[in-house]
Design a protein around this ligand. Structure first.
Ligand SMILES: Cc1cc2nc3c(=O)[nH]c(=O)nc-3n(C[C@H](O)[C@H](O)[C@H](O)COP(=O)(O)OP(=O)(O)OC[C@H]3O[C@@H](n4cnc5c(N)ncnc54)[C@H](O)[C@@H]3O)c2cc1C
Length: 383
């Protein structure tokens, strides 16, 4: 086993942290923003190669694997305090770019990947429906065969990036009798007749990530815009979730590392009872717990990503589910610890400490809730 990062991996991490600090600073805060707009920041990430981390070079990407991309995402989460933006970027990369790379036909890759990589196109992944959340395969959106293609009818909710999206990766039922094998995936472009989106929701955390509903009223989609074979939608969804559960959650590692450093600094500076609060064991033990969670989470993410680079058998990855479950729960626990150590300042909006907790809470829900990860892990253990 080799735990050291290679020279290239260290360079990628350093360059991404520097990029995030220099180019994304002041980005879309929850109040006034002094940095680039979401679209500008998106293009900057394109220039930096972040949107094309896992895309072959022939389509403008860096051609890296899952582990390298996870390292870059961790560095982005560390260098950019706007987790809403980091989440938006990661959702685009892992839920939209990754399936096009894995399942796209040559023409589809040539048509869509360069824009998805450069930042010209923002993509959204549309699976969840009002009546089908954890039970995603109970979706009702239908894709009915017609002349030269399909007509899509239904509605999606909680789609990350939907309010600003140019490209919609939509899952729909092509054969209601076939269950998992009756789903197919489609690439719809903004402006498709019958396709509309809601305004962004107001939400507890990841507030700068635009999430919305997607409405499909008999949207015509050419057969050439079906991603993968008819009936392959379930496999495509599983593939995306395996990547998202490992690599998107690497961004939370970066956020947790930044939070840990800030909490240590605060504990050294803040004095009560005539000494720095770090000298109280109740405080230092809490910080030790934060460190242990971060290191354990990091190993789980790296291991899951490393496995993705080696095994791609189309089945749900137990390693990705374990990593997702542990990182998301740890980020919430460490977020609470950081607030407790910061005392009253911890819950003030100005400090950013409470925002990190709010950004962590949705992590227990998207990409499958914590309960669903435990169900998956149990199932893969034969239970
Ligand atoms: C920030 C954010 C971003 C998102 N982005 C996207 C996106 O880009 N695209 C997309 O398609 N969706 C997206 N989602 C939706 C997300 O995938 C769903 O919210 C999630 O799958 C849970 O579905 P639900 O909200 O309907 O909750 P429900 O499924 O209704 O669950 C409610 C509660 O019941 C529990 N529960 C349900 N079934 C079981 C079970 N079998 N065993 C034990 N407990 C169970 C759940 O764990 C949860 O605690 C996003 C959600 C969030 C919060």
């Amino acid at each position: 086993m080799e735990f050291d990062l290679s020279h290239d991996q260290q360079a990628l991490t350093r360059a991404t942290v520097e990029f995030a600090r220099e180019r994304l600073s002041g980005l879309a805060g929850e109040g006034e923003t002094t940095g680039p707009s979401l679209r500008e920041a998106w293009r900057l990430c394109g220039e930096q190669g972040i949107l094309g981390l896992v895309v072959p070079e022939e389509y403008g990407g860096l051609g890296l694997g899952a582990l390298d991309s996870a390292l870059a995402m961790e560095a982005l989460g560390y260098g950019c305090p706007d987790m809403g933006f980091v989440f938006s970027v990661a959702a685009h990369v892992y839920a939209c770019v990754v399936p096009v790379v894995a399942f796209g036909e040559g023409d589809q890759k040539r048509k869509f990947l360069p824009g998805m990589v450069s930042g010209e196109l923002v993509a959204t992944h549309c699976v969840t429906e009002p009546g089908a959340g954890s039970d995603a395969y109970a979706m009702k959106t239908r894709a009915e065969r017609g002349e030269g293609g399909y007509a899509l009818r239904g509605s999606k909710c909680f789609s990350s990036n939907a309010p600003v999206a140019d490209l919609f990766l939509v899952h729909a039922v092509t054969d209601p009798a076939a269950g998992f094998l009756g789903l197919s995936a489609f690439l719809l472009e903004k402006g498709t007749p019958g396709l509309s989106v809601s305004k962004p929701y107001h939400k507890l955390g990841l507030s700068t990530a635009p999430l919305g509903d997607v409405f499909l009223e008999d949207c015509p989609v050419r057969a050439a815009n079906r991603l993968g074979r008819e009936g392959q939608g379930g496999a495509i969804f599983t593939h995306s979730m395996n990547w998202e559960r490992a690599c998107l959650f690497a961004a939370y590692l970066g956020a947790m590392a930044r939070q840990l450093e800030e909490t240590i600094r605060f504990a050294k500076e803040r004095r009560q009872f005539g000494k720095p609060i770090k000298d109280f064991q109740a405080v230092s033990h809490r910080i030790a717990d934060m460190k242990v969670r971060l290191e354990a989470a990091r190993l789980l993410v790296y291991h899951a990503a490393w496995r993705l680079d080696r095994v791609s058998d189309g089945r749900p990855s137990i390693d990705s589910s374990i990593a997702k479950l542990f990182v998301s729960e740890s980020a919430v626990e460490s977020g609470l610890d950081a607030i407790q150590i910061h005392g009253g300042f911890g819950i003030m909006a100005e400090g950013g400490v409470e925002r990190a907790l709010r950004d962590a809470v949705p992590g227990r829900i998207f990409s499958g809730t914590s309960e669903i990860q435990k169900n998956t892990i149990a199932r893969l253990l034969g239970l």
